[in-house]
Design a protein around this ligand. Structure first.
Ligand SMILES: Nc1ncnc2c1ncn2[C@@H]1O[C@H](COP(=O)(O)OP(=O)(O)OP(=O)(O)O)[C@@H](O)[C@H]1O
Ligand SMILES: [Mg+2]
Length: 465
């Protein structure tokens, strides 16, 4: 059985040491205990140990610094951290530091047994050792990580976090506005995890009505309800050993939240109408474009469930906070849609790019992709001009230099080249609008049917006063 496996328990509380020792020995493991991290380190140096379970808050040295000391002295033994005070900062530090898992007290006996088994099968516990961010550069200098395009410091931080947490078993909560790439991030974590050869099963929480949720997600047996004509394997069972991706997790109803919490704690579930329990051996990655902390505060989301799902919280920043990625993404989508539409569009005009750089992308990367897709479809030359860009805040009037009559040439616009001509005309129009609006930027923006942000930006850019 398990008798060859040695487990070291580190906790300052005697009752906890005794409790875990009894539990472990009952399971057939050999257990040793230490009351502080100094004793624990000296045991580790003298005895071969297969797994360490350590408390976090201890006088004389925390479990987190113990983890760091272990790794610093080259000990790659898997470590499970236990704490009574769940804080996302600690969890991230634990996972980044290479802990195998991180659990909060009070825990369930079934849960800890399962984690121990997984940890002992993991063959080592320092995922951070394996993680170096592999950025791929294609021929055009587009740098990406697992298909996620980006090179801004914000995205590099995310790539780094993904590669550190992927090999752990920790549940991850990905938050961010719509269209920021949360699903890509979830998929990347799965692809780099030990579960990569198993399934990644997305469940769009708000797409399944509450009455069907249980049977869709946990399965049912024949005859469980009218219409249950055969046994059905639920999505959780389908994802066994793999990853469940709970998309829009903030939309789960209170009843389903309670069910899910129980399954996570007990690590098993019963299909509807069945007495047989099935092991829920899945990693849960969730995503939400609502702020789940706020949902917790407003009592719309269970706090205990939140902490189970958000062992490692991760935030994908909106595109407007990482504008440096825009040109890279533009190139990528230009390639994609030029090929798709059989066109040879290789670039955006420099003014079109400027327009994009000042836009704030309420729909994030998804919106940028749509803009480029439409741009490629509309454009007849081999460079995308500003008028082929359809931005939400840029509803243009027909008072555009290119649509104006032949005075364009008389005004010397042709000689200026399109980008400069457009800039020149823009400056003129804004100045006129400002005059007409008695200097009010808001009114000028209205007159030109553009956004206040955009006017303010251009006034500064063209130094209009
Ligand atoms: N960094 C990126 N590189 C390449 N493509 C991206 C990137 N970010 C997002 N995309 C693309 O943008 C679209 C939206 O991404 P995704 O579905 O992952 O966003 P999301 O955050 O899950 O959005 P929602 O909250 O609306 O579900 C997808 O087509 C995706 O491929
Ligand atoms: Mg999504």
């Amino acid at each position: 059985m398990n008798d060859s496996k040695k487990i070291l328990v580190v906790d300052d509380e005697l009752s906890m040491r005794e409790f875990l020792q009894i539990l472990l020995e009952k399971e057939g493991y050999a257990a040793q205990t230490a009351a502080n991290t100094t004793d624990a380190l000296s045991i580790l140096q003298q005895t071969p140990i297969d797994l360490v379970i350590s408390d976090i808050k201890m006088p004389g040295g925390s479990g987190l610094s113990f983890l760091e000391q272990m790794r610093a002295s080259g000990l790659q033994i898997p470590l499970i951290l236990i704490t009574a005070y769940a804080s996302p900062e600690d969890a991230v530090r634990a996972m980044k530091g290479g802990a195998f898992d991180y659990i909060t007290k009070p825990f369930n006996v079934g849960e800890i047994k399962e984690i121990i088994k997984n940890a002992l099968n993991s063959g080592g516990g320092a995922p951070s050792q394996q993680s170096s961010v592999q950025l791929t550069m294609n021929g055009d200098g587009v740098s990406s990580f697992q298909g996620i395009i980006g090179q801004s410091p914000e995205m590099k931080r995310i790539f780094d976090l993904i590669s550190r947490i992927a090999p752990t078993h920790a549940n991850v909560l990905i938050q961010g506005e719509s269209g920021t790439g949360k699903e890509l991030v979830a998929q990347a974590i799965h692809n780099l995890s030990k579960a990569a050869s198993h399934k990644f099963v997305p469940i769009v929480c708000n797409a399944i009505p509450e009455s069907l949720f249980e049977s869709e997600v946990f399965g049912h047996v024949k005859g469980a309800f009218t219409g249950a004509l055969a046994n059905k394997t639920g999505l959780f069972a389908e994802a066994n050993h793999g990853t469940v991706f709970l998309d829009e997790v903030g939309e789960l109803t209170p009843m389903i939240q309670t069910k899910l919490l129980r399954i996570i704690q007990e690590r098993e579930f019963k299909p509807v109408g069945s007495n047989e329990t099935i092991k829920a051996n899945v990693r849960i990655i969730s995503a939400s474009n609502r702020d789940l902390e706020e949902e917790v505060m407003a009592k719309r989301f269970r706090e205990d469930l939140f902490y189970r799902l958000a062992v490692v919280p991760l935030r994908v920043p909106p595109l407007r906070e990482r504008k440096g990625d825009v040109p890279l993404l533009v190139n990528h989508f230009l390639k994609k849609y030029s090929t798709l539409f059989g066109k040879e569009i290789t670039a955006l005009s420099s003014y079109a790019m400027e327009v994009l750089m000042e836009y704030d992308f309420p729909g994030n990367v998804r919106e940028l992709e749509n803009i480029i897709e439409r741009g490629v479809a509309l454009e007849n030359s081999n460079i995308i001009l500003p008028e082929s860009l359809t931005l939400a805040a840029h509803k243009r009037k027909k008072t555009h230099p290119t649509t104006e009559d032949d005075t364009a040439n008389h005004n010397g616009y042709f000689a200026m080249g399109l980008d400069d001509a457009v800039a020149c005309l823009e400056k003129k129009l804004i100045t006129q609008a400002l005059q007409q609006a008695d200097g009010s930027k808001i009114k000028a923006a209205e007159l030109l049917q553009t956004s206040f942000r955009s006017i303010r930006y251009k006034i500064k850019k063209y130094e209009i006063n």
